[in-house]
Ligand binder design. Sequence first.
Ligand SMILES: Nc1nc2c(ncn2[C@@H]2O[C@H](COP(=O)(O)OP(=O)(O)OP(=O)(O)O)[C@@H](O)[C@H]2O)c(=O)[nH]1
Ligand SMILES: [Mg+2]
Length: 298
Amino acid sequence: MGFFSKILEGLKKTKQAFQNKIKYIFTKNEIDANFYEELEAILLSSDVGHTATDRILEELKQQVKQKKLKNAEETKNVLKDIMVSLLEENELAPFTYPCILMVVGVNGVGKTTTIGKLAAQFTKQKKNVVIAAGDTFRAAASEQLAVWADRSKVKIVKNSAGADAGAVVFDAIQSAKAKQADVVIVDTAGRLHNKSNLMEELKKIDRIIQREYPQASYHKLIVLDATTGQNALEQVEVFDEAIGLTDIVITKLDGTAKGGVLLSLAAEYTLPVRAVGVGEGVEDLIPFSAKDFVDSIF
Ligand SMILES: Nc1nc2c(ncn2[C@@H]2O[C@H](COP(=O)(O)OP(=O)(O)OP(=O)(O)O)[C@@H](O)[C@H]2O)c(=O)[nH]1
Ligand SMILES: [Mg+2]
């Protein structure tokens, strides 16, 4: 299955909900105040959020004027283009090697699964990968990660008795340097953003990476569960403040109608979306394309 059919399938619920609401407004004859009010209500109820909704409406009004549009039907493609531009605003830096990826987020969002999928993608591109099992809190965490590592035949560096997450990351970096690995991926324990000792631990890992591996390009990915909708914004806020994020991964798009949250994130933050998760399988992480995303929900 190609990326487009995958995202189309993954966004089925978002599409159903969004299309049901929006399709009739394109059948209206006039583009009047009422049209804009209804569009606003639809966007807000689709998790697009206030900031993005305001921006989209403002831009649409401007373009309707400029292009002298008269029929609501004519606004559909303009609206789609505005959404694509908004989603493309935060440009994604391609991976350069060696690189190190630290993967963070609250509990259960899909960090470990995403790491497994990423490891498989890098391996497919013939990159040499080392995974650091930095989740030293949950007993089964490193076994879960080891299953993924095994599947892609990549090296995993685990906790030796009593070692903390920082020590595991330190060891993984030494190992990566010794074998000239291309990619290090660091798993971290899920943490609620209000637990300050856990946030301190993340800062410590961050310092170790910067100190021990300055030659690697460094990405800090926050994994967000799409089903949490607008709560994702607060998570970005807190993790960004602690460690300075670089990329977003949105998981579980397949299980929710809240895909609109991507527009909300794009308007609120300067962080690009690197990939989206559309299922539990190893193939179910796809590179984010703004155009495919927008084409999939209309
Ligand atoms: N449907 C769906 N399920 C997903 C996706 N990504 C992850 N999951 C599932 O979400 C659950 C939690 O995934 P994990 O990868 O363990 O999440 P985590 O963030 O590492 O969890 P903690 O380490 O406990 O914080 C698992 O059942 C995954 O299979 C996705 O894109 N779609
Ligand atoms: Mg995990």
